[in-house]
Design a protein around this ligand. Sequence first.
Ligand code: FAD
Ligand code: SF4
Ligand code: SF4
Ligand code: SF4
Ligand code: SF4
Length: 413
Amino acid sequence: MAAKGDMVLAWTTNADLQKKAECGGAVTALLKYALENKIVDAVLTVQKGVDLYDAQPVLITNPDDLNNTAGSLHCGTLLLSKLIKKYLDGANDMKLGVTVKGCDMMGMYELAKRKQINLDNVIMIGVNCGGSVSPALARTMIREKYEVDPNDVKKEEIDKGQFIIETEEGHKGIAMDILEDEGFGRRTNCRRCKLKVPRQADLACGNWGVIGDKAGKATFVEVCSQKGADLLTKAEQAGAIATEPAPAKGIEIRGKIEGAMLKLGDKWRAKDFAELGEGQTRLEKIMKETARCIKCYSCIEACPICYCVDCSTKNPALVTPGEIPPNFMFHLIRYAHISDSCVNCGQCEELCPAEIPNALFMHAQQVELEDLFGHKPGVDMTLPVLALVEERAERDRLAKTGSDMIYLNCFNK
Ligand code: FAD
Ligand code: SF4
Ligand code: SF4
Ligand code: SF4
Ligand code: SF4
């Protein structure tokens, strides 16, 4: 019987899945077991599209289709949490299994605390995450640094600090440090990310700590909730996976790598935030960069915290309709409403056609607000302090006018 806090090595008992999986295939085997046995109605996960730079979200109801989703797409920069809110009614009427990186999971909590996702209906299988690479930049990087046609790459992986590509000619790896010093490598938000092991999911799965003859053949699983423990136990009893206790040496190595990644995150935060300057200098920099905005709304559409039916940026009293670039109020509204809850998922930057470093601006503010108020977004169900103060006032104001229009973030239905 597995229990919260256990750490095990796990692997699929299905030979076909083992070949396709990133490590031991435990993630896919667990999701498959859950779907086959109606523990969930559907699985939301990611699969390769036209090529390995094209990660697509998929909702799967036939367990046989799950094998196609095995494997890690490191150029998959998508975020699943907002999709659950947008297209699956927040999992209110369905039981859902979902694979989550740290940022997916944090987005889930931010939406759940605002009653936009029903976590009771969701099983989150977390995957550790050292970072992801923007697909467009990955293509340029492979062409320029690896001197390889990106279309010739059969497989990519991140291992022992290297980004490694596999072609007909063999493997080629370059250290992430070198790539990142030259403006390639992981997305800048990923470099600053400090949620490497998603322990607020039900299970946290990865390859760190898998050593010896199990290296590459097993998944390291940390049990993070009773829900996760139950799924692992049942899947093992049914023969869908096999497990053994994680070795002490493996646990130690995993801990050390996680610690090193957290330090690296601190280093990148210090560098990126210092370059942004402080006070007036920072404000001027943000105003200059956001002056390129074409008001396409991608940043708002993709952000897990922005989901209001009547977005204030569409209020003509605040932002003149049809004006491009919009006045700075367009961006100020977002900073005021959500910067205390930003989970640094990078979506607003990744999808911005004007290449405005939106995530950097928001993350820098979030970190300062966390220092001031102690609110850490994405890790539990605590609502942010600023949102509560502001939105309660707004709710009361609206109640006095007899309006039932509640458009601010926390209380929006
Ligand atoms: P599989 O059975 O192969 O299943 C993998 C699951 O991940 C599938 O459900 C698949 O749809 C999903 N998936 C693939 N790509 C993405 C994506 N981009 N976003 C969301 N879901 C995706 N582990 C570590 O220990 N250290 C790391 O540094 C590390 N970095 C990672 C970075 C990324 C971008 C990803 C996606 C994973 C990373 N992992 C890392 C996790 C590791 O690669 C394996 O996913 C994990 O060990 C589970 O292995 P498995 O064989 O059980 O998974
Ligand atoms: Fe992974 Fe963090 Fe980047 Fe999300 S933000 S892809 S969890 S490194
Ligand atoms: Fe402006 Fe970029 Fe946001 Fe589009 S994604 S509205 S261009 S900041
Ligand atoms: Fe993600 Fe940007 Fe929203 Fe922050 S503001 S949660 S980085 S989309
Ligand atoms: Fe718009 Fe603010 Fe709601 Fe985001 S939080 S959708 S900016 S009103």
